[in-house]
Design a protein. Structure first.
Length: 150
């Protein structure tokens, strides 16, 4: 499920950049009516296809919910791991060190992938906040905390 969440998040970012405002917001009023208004459907079959496309586009637009799913599942996984093994055999410091050594390379790779990805929209310039995040700081600047709660 965590893997599906990650794929859904990645597809959400790709889809958001690809669709570039072509489709109405799935969270807006009368989503299906607005989507159908943009379709050139002449018959029942075409209307059905258009509704199916609207459903898939709506699901793609709701991919930001997968972040919460991923975090909850990660919490369950960590709790299960600790409950299964009890106290860390080589101490908690070693446990944290092994987690950092296992997770930070992927975290850095995600930042570098962001830099080179042609599918990522960058409405703001890359500045010092990117480098703080790259180093693991998810608190500074204080006005960015709502984006980093997860």
């Amino acid at each position: 499920m965590k893997g599906i969440s990650i794929l859904w998040i990645a597809f959400f970012h790709f889809f958001g950049t690809w669709q570039n405002g072509r489709y109405p917001s799935a969270l807006g009023d009368d989503y299906f009516a607005k989507y159908l208004a943009g379709c050139a459907s002449e018959g029942v079959l075409e209307s059905g296809v258009c509704l199916a496309q609207a459903g898939l586009a709506g699901i793609a637009q709701l991919g930001f919910h997968a972040v919460g799913v991923f975090i909850v599942l990660s919490g369950f996984g960590l709790a299960y791991s600790v409950a299964k093994t009890g106290d860390a055999p080589s101490g908690w410091l070693a446990w944290y060190r092994s987690r950092v050594l296992r997770l930070f390379p992927m975290y850095w790779a995600a930042h570098l992938l962001y830099l080179v990805s042609p599918f990522q929209a960058r409405p703001e310039p890359i500045d010092y906040r990117f480098w703080l995040s790259f180093l693991g700081d998810r608190v500074v600047p204080i006005d960015m905390i709502p984006f980093y709660f997860n």
